[in-house]
Design a protein around this ligand. Structure first.
Ligand code: HEC
Ligand code: HEC
Length: 299
């Protein structure tokens, strides 16, 4: 069993590409908007308020805080490598990054605006009028605002993690314990759900298969109203997971130890030794990649 799964699955995780193609002008404008609280109704919250690019691309909180201190009801995932997710949001309700942008802007407890108002406000800003006109014949529109932000997010990738260097052939890039963790990640069955270039993010699965996960959020059922979609969520990417505590869609765990133990019991119906948990956690830490250049340079 162990050797078969190792053979079958070992190719399933692919290293991140070093670069993705993106339009440099759109990326710069998207970056400006990503950091600009002008997108929120009261001018206090930017995308970066909940997606801190210096700290793993999320906000480190169980639930995010939006305008007027309002608290949401779901954990903010990282924006890093989100471009490689097959859908956006925990329940996959946005098909891509462009469609996703409308979500937080129009969410009353996040930015509390509407795309109409956002466009109106931006159209009063000389610098933005000029910047959009330089790129688009139709200037500032809903579509173009989403387009530049999504273009910026495309370059938010974190290549060169020790594990990716290992996958590319540098056998000394990770330690013996990390290798042991990777073997367990395969033999225990984690890789059945967490694989692909994002080590997750490429399909949906039920949260709580062998044991009820006691989730108060119905996941994809909220969108489809199909019984079989109850508690079904997008399998999250495990890239940079060491930086994005707390874990799960409801931020219920603060440590990777707890998350790994819960996964083994609830998703795989297995028992796991503390030593094995530690090895998997050490392996997960080797998935932390490099912050892209564009984020390191001040605006
Ligand atoms: C108030 C906090 C907050 C703000 C502001 C915010 N987000 Fe988010 N973001 C979240 C939360 C919470 C989720 C998860 C929501 C869900 O899945 O239902 C999320 C999800 C996402 C995702 C999906 C990632 C994935 O793996 O599914 C992307 C991409 C994203 N946000 C980008 C942005 C952009 C771009 C902006 C600015 C236009 C923004 N966010 C503003 C909290 C925030
Ligand atoms: C049957 C599919 C499946 C298997 C097997 C599985 N997972 Fe998961 N994993 C998920 C889903 C779905 C979630 C999201 C749960 C939720 O809704 O919060 C998740 C979440 C996680 C998280 C939290 C990520 C975050 O950003 O919040 C970690 C860490 C994790 N899994 C690690 C593992 C490890 C390690 C194993 C093996 C011991 C494993 N998983 C096995 C489907 C699976």
């Amino acid at each position: 069993m162990i050797s078969i799964s190792t053979i079958l699955y070992s190719d399933l995780i692919k290293p991140l590409p070093d670069q993705v193609k993106a339009d440099a002008r759109k990326v710069q404008l998207g970056k400006k908007l990503f950091f600009d609280p002008i997108l929120s109704k009261d001018g206090t919250i930017s995308c970066a308020s909940c997606h801190d690019l210096q700290k793993g691309g999320d906000d480190g909180m169980k639930f995010s805080r939006g305008i007027r201190g309002q608290i949401g009801n779901i954990n903010a995932p990282t924006v890093y490598n989100a471009v490689f997710n097959f859908r956006q949001f925990w329940d996959g309700r946005a098909k891509d990054l462009k469609e996703q942008v409308f979500g937080p802007i129009e969410n009353p407890v996040e930015m509390g605006h509407s795309m109409d108002l956002t466009v109106k406000v931006l159209k009063k800003n000389k610098a933005y009028i000029k910047a959009f006109n330089e790129i688009y014949a139709d200037g500032i529109t809903h579509k173009n605002v989403a387009d530049v932000i999504a273009e910026f997010e495309k370059v938010l990738i974190t290549p060169n993690s020790p594990f990716d260097r290992y996958l590319k052939g540098d056998k000394r890039a990770i330690s013996e314990q990390e290798k042991e963790g990777y073997r367990l990640f395969q033999s225990k069955g984690c890789i059945i759900c967490h694989h692909g270039v994002n080590i997750g993010g490429n399909f949906y699965n039920k949260f709580g298969i062998y044991k009820d996960a006691n989730s108060s959020n119905l996941g994809r059922y909220n969108i489809t109203k199909r019984e079989e979609d109850k508690y079904v969520f997008k399998v999250p990417s495990l890239r940079n997971v060491a930086l994005t505590s707390p874990y799960m869609h409801d931020g219920r765990f603060n440590t990777l130890q707890d998350a790994v133990e819960f996964m083994t019991e609830h998703q795989l119906g297995r028992y796991i030794e503390p030593r094995e948990i530690n090895a998997i956690v050490v392996f997960l830490k080797s998935l932390t990649g490099e912050i892209p250049e564009i984020v390191r340079i001040k605006q």
